[in-house]
Write a protein that binds this ligand. Structure first.
Ligand code: IMP
Length: 429
């Protein structure tokens, strides 16, 4: 079955959007399976930059059907704005072209207010969340008191449930966090309006996907965030609250264990992170500014969702190997190779050192990386501009050697290399 999964191997922001854009040319369905509008996928087409938070990036191709899986938490205000944005750009978005899982959870202003209040209460131990309400929305899901998309189909009952949810949150906000209460009635009216508009899109998306797969149609599952932000397997507690790793595509779309054609892991040619948490190969000062950019370009290392400057560092081979195993990655896409052009030498972390010796793999996962120090290998940098390269042979020898080193460390082939933000600036091997 032509089912493919695209995941980030790092802390998100690997450039998955553009790899999805490339691979969705042949897809019938493009599906998001985790997260919410904490994600920010940037795709540049013909000088025009699309920033998508909730809709699958592959919807920029007009032949695709977009799916929002049950693994998501959906802020309907953001979703409707995005639907409008695509329409303004000449794309059709109607119930034939977009399906939203009946079992996806709703993200409300209550979740956003709680996210802000809880972060403020954490003081110095802040996670550095995107403030979009993601953690509290998944908390309600797990606590079995969340509102799901299917609740919107019965508006009187929905209004009742939503009112109870907002009133309960108000008690938390005022009594526990000394925060302002929410305007319950206004939110109920606003959401009743969303229910009317979104009802025709709500369906069993797992059944839709199976039907397409059985007819031989290609389905592309797009992970948001990255492996190291996975709730179970990431740098806990500095993680998001969903399952960005590849197995999440099955549970997050309502599918059984089915054959997966390939799992494409997207990795930046270096490493970035937003928010708090461990980062063994982080760099500071001039080198950090060099890798991050100034913020003048849309591809500089500033958060798509929050605008925060990203922390930057060298590629971490230990964490990359870990991501290969967790996702079952079959091939890699390396993005932003062009950013490394002109550096005298490039470091790559191949192992960690602790007082117990040298480790090529993590003894216990990445939650506590404090005992480790990165062991680097230094490779000579290339001085040529690679932005015009379209074939493997166009790359300077030293850039090819860097890619080959990534293949040796990860144990999988590098199939795609991006050398610039434009759709065409990619090498397919
Ligand atoms: P939350 O998902 O808003 O709860 O944030 C939890 C952590 O995940 C924070 O460190 C965020 O910066 C990070 N995070 C969430 N979404 C993304 C993303 O799409 N890219 C990069 N980091 C993210």
């Amino acid at each position: 079955m032509p089912f493919e999964i695209i995941i980030g191997t790092q802390w998100g922001d690997e450039g998955k959007g553009r790899v999805v854009d490339l691979l969705s040319e042949e897809a019938v369905v493009v599906a998001r399976y985790n997260g919410g509008d904490n994600a920010g996928h940037t795709v540049t087409v013909g000088g025009q930059t699309f920033k998508l938070h909730l809709l699958p990036s592959g919807m920029i191709h007009s032949q695709t059907i977009g799916v929002i899986g049950n693994g998501l938490v959906v802020n309907p205000a953001v979703l409707l704005k995005e639907i409008d944005m695509l329409r303004q750009n000449g794309l059709t978005v109607d119930p034939q072209r977009l399906g939203i899982s009946h079992a996806a959870h709703l993200l409300t202003p209550a979740h956003q207010a709680l996210d802000r209040a809880q972060e403020a209460a954490r003081g110095g131990a802040q996670i550095g969340t995107t403030g979009r309400g993601i953690g509290p929305a998944y908390t309600d899901k797990v606590a079995r008191r969340g509102l799901r998309m299917e609740d919107m189909l019965d508006v009187p009952r929905f209004r009742h449930k939503l009112t109870a949810h907002l009133e309960e949150t108000n008690r938390w906000l005022t009594q526990m966090y000394s925060a302002e209460p929410l305007a319950v009635q206004a939110i109920v009216e606003e959401f009743s309006g969303y229910a009317e508009v979104l009802a025709p899109y709500i369906r069993d998306v797992g059944a839709l996907i199976m039907e397409v797969l059985q007819k031989g149609g290609r389905v592309l599952a797009e992970g948001a965030q990255g492996t190291l932000l996975d709730l179970d397997h990431g740098t806990y507690p500095f993680v998001t609250s969903s399952t960005p790793t590849a197995p999440g595509a099955l549970t997050g779309l309502g599918l059984g264990v089915l054959p997966v054609d390939r799992v494409v892991g997207v990795t930046k040619a270096f490493q970035t992170r937003v928010g708090s948490g461990p980062f063994p190969t982080e760099v500071f000062g001039e080198m950090a500014e060099r890798l991050r950019g100034t913020g003048a370009n849309p591809w500089d290392e500033f958060g798509t969702t929050t605008g925060r400057p990203r922390r930057v560092g060298w590629l971490d081979g230990v964490l990359l190997r870990y991501a290969m195993r967790l996702n079952g990655v079959s091939e890699l896409a390396v993005t932003k190779l062009d950013i490394l052009s002109g550096l005298p030498d490039i470091k790559i972390c191949t192992a960690y050192r602790s007082e117990n010796g040298v480790h090529e793999t993590l003894p216990l996962g990445p939650a506590d990386l404090s005992p480790f120090e990165a062991v680097y290998e230094e490779l000579p940098g290339w001085q040529e501009d690679v932005r015009g390269a379209r074939r493997w042979e166009d790359l300077p020898r030293l850039a090819q050697e860097y890619i080959r080193r990534i293949e040796a460390i990860s144990g999988v082939p590098v199939r795609y290399i991006s050398v610039g933000p434009e759709r065409s600036q990619v090498i397919v091997r």
